[in-house]
Design a protein around this ligand. Structure first.
Ligand SMILES: *[C@@H]1O[C@H](CO)[C@@H](O)[C@H](O)[C@H]1NC(C)=O
Ligand SMILES: *[C@@H]1O[C@H](CO)[C@@H](O)[C@H](O)[C@H]1NC(C)=O
Length: 493
């Protein structure tokens, strides 16, 4: 999840063994659940990041629903059936503690890529992505339990779910006056996190690394990846992060380009099930589109909060409010808005992650506050920092020019970060491949099981028909096939 409306310690108690402190410890990243559990927990520090440490505990996965009864593995994450072996833990940075949950690939952990998954918001927990979208297990209605997700992205990659920034999900600060300072500040923590990760688990440096996410991930990921790429250029080889690609689903990149697309989704048949709103409302909206465009151009040219606030207020009240008041799901035009964030399942996730046994199994530090799926406080802090005004298109172009592959995928039923807006962004993104990319978009769309796709050079764009904002939730098979093809550099079929 999820662009929001509006917008948008050390070691935990050892699950397996004792905590030890070490300069550089035996990295157990790729051990199988059947190995003896040496080095099952630890604290890692890095001389280049003296204010940071990484504390973690190993887990041996959750019982698979398909496993035979004579399987003698200890299932210490059995609250999450389908979980593979891995780690949970925290990056500690002064008083800040960033939570992660890591799962080995179900296929070939020694060779499969390493992927970081982050949800958006800003302020939403990646644990919602884990339990609702692509993690090893999926929440059951009511939040009492979870079941195996056969279409998890861990089928094709080693994946960790990271809660960031501080105040999101299981990430927290000991200092209550500390607050989120926006995407650029967050990128420094992400970079430190990755350096400590490779110190703890050095084998994983040989694996291609990708950052994946959705929604406000259109802000986070280009900036996080851009920062890693910049640091790589000034780092010795042994400290370089093998960043190979980014994957961004239903992202927000440039509000100035994407804001008028609310009209297209609400009032035309772009989705194939439209128009959603009534004729009268749409006539009024149509009349506001040119003025919204004009004001957004002013904001783009003079990105001053005073100018942009005027534009955002006008476009919001004229082009977004009619849909908000329609009772439809902001993330899926085919559904009504029911429950927190329009999905009843969100409540089940919150219920589940507040249970003591679940917190314990996921290695959550007892000091960690009660789980919230999305933090309003963090959302407000980002708004106050005018973080949404950042146009992340130049960062995407920077990645492409550095030969870092970019996958943009978009469910066509989303309203809030919809495909019409995404296609306007990428059909005009200034980079060296623009002319050919635009040609492909206009003349050479390819068909695959999920819908249409096209690409040029390092940039691939994928539509998933009939999926909303959370593509792996709505179309799990298409999502894992797309993910796996991308990591294997294969075309979609
Ligand atoms: C808590 O955070 C605030 C704001 O960043 C800072 O000024 C203060 O020094 C911090 N207090 C401690 C005890 O670290
Ligand atoms: C919208 O598009 C779909 C798919 O192309 C089509 O079947 C439907 O009839 C269209 N609806 C309207 C109102 O034009």
């Amino acid at each position: 999840m999820m662009l929001r409306a509006f917008t948008a310690a050390l070691c935990a108690p050892g699950v397996i063994g004792a905590i030890f402190q070490g300069e550089q410890q035996q990295a157990p990243l790729l051990t199988t659940p059947n190995d003896d559990s040496s080095a099952s927990a630890g604290v890692v520090t890095h001389e280049a990041h003296p204010h940071h440490s990484l504390s973690f505990t190993a887990h041996s996965g959750g019982q698979t629903t398909t496993s035979s009864s004579d399987d003698k593995r200890p299932f210490d994450l059995d609250v999450c059936p389908g979980a593979t072996a891995g780690y949970t833990g925290y990056l500690n940075s002064g008083s800040k503690h960033f939570y992660f949950a890591y799962f080995e690939s179900r296929a070939s952990p020694k060779d499969d890529p390493l992927v970081m998954w982050i949800n958006g918001g800003p302020g939403c927990s990646s644990m919602t992505g884990l339990l609702m979208e692509l993690g090893p297990c999926t929440i059951d209605d009511g939040g009492e339990s979870a079941h195996e997700n056969k279409d998890s992205w861990i089928n094709a990659a080693n994946v960790f779910f990271l809660d960031q920034p501080i105040g999101v999900g299981f990430s927290y600060s000991d200092n209550s006056s500390e607050h989120a300072r926006g995407t650029f500040a967050a990128s420094e923590d992400i970079y430190a996190f990755m350096q400590l990760w490779y110190k703890a688990f050095p084998e994983s440096r040989s694996l291609p690394f990708s950052i994946a996410g959705e929604s406000y991930g259109g802000h986070y990921i280009p900036i996080f990846a851009g920062h890693i790429n910049d640091m790589n250029k000034i780092s010795p080889p042994e400290l370089q992060i093998p960043l190979e690609s980014v994957l961004i689903g239903n992202g927000i990149f440039a509000e100035t380009v994407q804001s008028t697309s609310y009209y297209d989704i609400s009032c035309t048949n772009a989705t194939g099930i439209g128009p959603i709103l009534k004729d009268g409302a749409c006539k009024k909206m149509a009349a506001s589109v040119p003025r919204c465009e004009y004001l957004m151009k002013a904001c783009e040219e003079y990105p001053d909060p005073i100018v942009c606030k005027g534009a955002y207020d006008f476009c919001g009240s004229e082009l977004q409010n009619p849909y908000f008041h329609s009772g439809r799901n902001f993330y899926d035009v085919s559904k009504p808005c029911v429950g927190p964030l329009c999905y009843p399942i969100m409540k089940s996730i919150t219920t589940f992650l507040r249970r003591d046994n679940v917190r314990k199994a996921f290695g959550v530090n007892p000091d960690t506050p009660k789980f919230e799926a999305c933090s309003d406080k963090v959302g407000d802090e980002f708004r106050r920092a005018n973080d949404g005004l950042i146009d992340t298109r130049p960062f995407v172009a920077g990645l492409l020019h550095s030969e870092i592959r970019v996958l943009i995928y978009v469910g066509t039923y989303d309203w809030i970060c919809n495909f019409v807006g995404n296609e306007r962004v990428f059909g005009s993104l200034p980079w060296k491949g623009l002319a050919d990319f635009k040609y492909q978009q206009e003349n050479n769309k390819q068909v695959w099981e999920g819908g249409l796709w096209w690409e040029s050079g390092m940039l691939r764009y994928v539509r998933i028909n009939g999926a909303g904002h959370m593509v792996p939730f709505d179309k799990p098979k298409h999502a894992i096939n797309m993910f796996s093809a991308w990591l294997n550099k294969k075309p979609l079929v």
